[in-house]
Ligand binder design. Structure first.
Ligand code: PEP
Ligand code: MN
Length: 341
């Protein structure tokens, strides 16, 4: 249920409503807009309905939240969008985030060199995997803790906040020591205990859409994180599996405006994993910017032919500055700006 307060509602009237919601074991989620305060009552709908909050002092209206996800729903925020603060960099609103870096951390040199170059070209955040979800158990699985130390060094040298994947809740402490954003990969989108764990951590989360997940399933996965009291979630469209075999996955760009209609959370696009091909990354990035994405996450490598992981889709580091300025030009199409250093 959503309790919309009158513009004239006083602080004590808001508090009284919150107390009554909590008295039946539901959680009250306060959202203060410029005009009105909206209180989301998350819990047993019957119990909240029995409170008969309509007509209580300061209450304008009580409306049900129709979607199965509540905290992720745009309805809860009355049209206001979430803007996340990641170590001083904003994601969402009128900001466009350029997240770039290698698929996997391979060496200190490769990591720091890439971080420096993407920072100089205007990247907002640095990405790099230390724990890699690989289709084959025989493939390189990432450098683990050693990789995390390299990411920490890259962060120290460039000041760029770090996005890195967490696959196993047992690694969360180590990952949180360096991560400014924890990535939950496509294959773990429905790993509910992991989602709850990153939710409890409070650390910002980049949640990737599962290979065959619907938008409702993605938003329900986000709800698991939000429900633990962590509001810092960004959604990521990274291509879904369709009957098409000419490219790795099908980038579902319609997901961007539709997710933004359904949810207040920022939406990021990953053209690298969708395409699996370097030549498609620029056009898909421009399209993502034009359709209103809040940012993109792309893979970059100093010598893609020698990359251990995902080389064919990695942008060449030497081309990255041109890539970034082309993307910057496209962000204006959707009224956004990429703030370059
Ligand atoms: C990645 O970002 O390197 C990755 C493995 O992504 P996804 O989970 O989207 O496949
Ligand atoms: Mn990759």
């Amino acid at each position: 249920m959503m309790i919309i307060m009158k513009p004239s509602a006083t602080e004590s009237q808001v508090e009284a409503v919150v107390e009554r919601i909590e008295s039946v074991g539901a959680r009250a989620h306060l959202s203060r807009g410029d005009e009105v305060t909206v209180i989301g009552a998350i819990g047993d709908r019957e119990h909240v309905a029995r409170l008969e909050l309509e007509g209580s002092p300061g209450v304008a209206e009580v409306v049900p939240i129709l979607k199965p996800y509540k905290l992720a729903s745009s309805q809860l925020r009355a049209g206001e969008r979430s803007v996340l603060d990641i170590g001083g960099a904003q994601v969402g609103g009128e900001h466009f985030a350029l997240i770039a870096g290698p698929c996997t951390v391979e060496s200190l040199d490769q990591t720091v060199q890439t971080a420096r170059a993407v920072r100089d070209a205007g990247a907002t955040l640095f990405r790099g995997g230390a724990y890699k979800p690989r289709t084959s158990p025989y493939a390189f699985q990432g450098l683990g803790q050693e990789g995390l130390r390299m990411l920490a060094e890259a962060k120290a040298q460039t000041g760029l906040p770090v996005v890195t994947e967490l696959m196993d809740a047992r690694d969360i402490e180590a990952v949180l020591e360096v991560a400014d954003v924890v990535q939950v990969g496509a294959r773990n989108m429905q790993n509910y205990p992991l989602l709850a764990e990153v939710g409890r951590s409070g650390c910002p989360v980049l949640l990737k859409r599962g290979l065959s997940a619907t938008l409702d399933e993605l938003l329900m996965a986000a709800e698991y994180i939000l429900k633990e009291g962590n509001p810092n979630v960004m959604l990521c469209e990274r291509g879904i599996r369709t009957f098409e075999t000419a490219y790795r996955f099908t980038l579902d760009l319609m997901a961007v405006p539709v997710l933004k209609e359904l949810s207040h959370l920022p939406v990021i696009v990953d053209p690298s994993h969708a395409a699996g091909r370097r030549d498609l990354v620029l056009p898909l990035s421009l399209a993502a910017a034009a359709v209103g994405a809040d940012g993109i996450i792309v893979e970059v490598h100093p010598s893609p032919d020698e990359a251990i992981c995902d080389g064919p889709q990695a942008l060449n580091l030497d081309d990255f500055a041109d890539f970034a300025s082309a993307v910057q030009g496209a962000t204006a199409l959707a009224g956004k700006a990429l703030r370059t250093a």
